[in-house]
Design a protein around this ligand. Structure first.
Ligand code: NAD
Ligand code: ZN
Ligand code: ZN
Length: 350
């Protein structure tokens, strides 16, 4: 094995303000007994990285200044903690950023993604906008051999899409995807692959992303120019869709989703709202909707389903992966994301 350097540069949130990031020198971390040291291959940029960039209220509460951020990542194992038996040097892994204790009641019942003692890698601890990171071996998932490193890193948001969609019926069902950010776009692609009978995609006004949704096979793409509820009802013989998935974090989209889901249908909500949205609660009651909040990815049911799809090679990830840039161009990548003229943006380390 090539000798490891003692120090590395890492994108570090240093000032409590918009941007506030610097490329600072850090020691290459040493793995704790249950951890592995990973050499980063690709790290993609998440919406929550934008929150940290903007230093909004959520970021101020969750992130300590001095943290190297970045949580959607994959790489090769280069060193092992002394208790680690599940991984070996050279393994190709992706990070499940919801770090779990595996001992609390939630972990024991199979809901480690909502571990009561959980924390988020790259938000609450140093992450992967740097060439090396440490991670609990139990949170490092082996990748299928030969997987492109960009695909390795985007399993976090792709998994969010799959977890959300699978909260309701997909095969032979009518599915509405509200919000065409990277996760909504992945959901359009997965819904097509999983055999949805009809896919309706809604967006506010981002035509770049609406075009991608059409290319991915959405049957109907609606924007703020449309009466979204009426058009969804019209497309479903007045009934509404079987499975509505909310990926925008916009209160208006949530309200539309509730009003355009069929009687007894499913509403799965991944979006995070800046303020408490006004919800037409009686519509939920009288429509007898199954409403579910979605957080993270199931460990490891979501990953199993996702990696099966990736191995089959029939997803159209390439259409959502709009940009790959060297990791040193982090600031340019954020600037691009702020324009909205992109799908998923991936930073490469080689
Ligand atoms: N619960 C979780 O575990 C989890 C994990 C990751 C992300 N999220 C949340 O999921 C959501 C999607 O993430 P992303 O990175 O794809 O987000 P994003 O911000 O890139 O995309 C949101 C999209 O929704 C569109 N939009 C805005 N208003 C709309 C409206 N009224 N109707 C339809 N579309 C509208 C925007 O134009 C944008 O394209 C975000 O709210 C994010 O915070 C939740
Ligand atoms: Zn993320
Ligand atoms: Zn736990």
């Amino acid at each position: 094995m090539a000798e490891l350097p003692e120090t590395m540069l890492g994108w570090t949130k240093v000032r409590p303000e918009e941007d506030g990031f610097e490329l600072l020198e850090h020691p290459v971390p040493s793995p704790g007994p249950a951890e592995i040291l990973v050499k980063t291959l690709s790290t993609s940029i998440c919406g929550s990285d934008i929150h940290i960039w903007k230093w909004d209220e959520w970021a101020q509460q969750e992130v300590t200044l001095g943290t190297v951020t970045g949580h959607e990542t994959c790489g090769h194992v280069v060193a092992l903690g002394k208790e680690v038996t599940t991984h070996k040097i050279g393994d190709f892994i992706a990070v499940e950023c919801h770090l779990a204790c595996w001992e609390c009641p939630r972990c024991e019942e199979g809901n480690a993604h909502i571990c009561e003692a959980g924390s988020i890698f790259g938000v609450h601890s140093n992450g992967a906008f740097a060439p090396y990171f440490t991670i609990l071996a139990s949170s490092a998932r082996h990748n299928p051999a030969g997987l492109d490193s960009a695909y390795g890193s985007i399993q976090d948001p792709l998994g969010n899409a799959i977890h959300t969609l699978t909260g309701g019926p997909i095969k032979g069902a009518s599915v509405a995807i509200h919000g065409l950010g990277p996760i909504g776009l992945f959901a359009v692609d997965v819904a097509r692959k999983m055999g949805a009978a009809m896919i309706i995609a809604t967006e506010w006004d981002n035509s770049y992303r609406m075009d991608i949704a059409r290319r991915l096979g959405a049957d109907l793409v609606l924007s703020k120019e449309h009466n979204v509820v009426e058009e969804i009802l019209e497309a479903t013989d007045g009934a509404g869709v079987d499975n509505s998935c909310e990926f925008s974090g916009a209160p208006a989209a949530l309200s539309n989703a509730i009003k355009s889901t069929r009687m007894g249908g499913y509403l799965n909500i991944l979006g995070v709202y800046g303020s408490d949205p006004k919800v037409p609660i009686n519509e939920i009651v009288f429509r007898y909707l199954h409403v579910k909040g979605i957080n993270g990815r199931r460990m490891w049911a979501t990953w199993d389903a996702m990696q099966e799809l990736l191995v089959e090679g029939e997803l159209n990830i390439e259409s959502v992966l709009s940009h790959r840039m060297p990791w040193t161009e982090y600031k340019q990548a954020i600037a691009l994301m702020l324009t909205g003229e992109c799908g998923k943006v991936v930073l490469d380390f080689d």
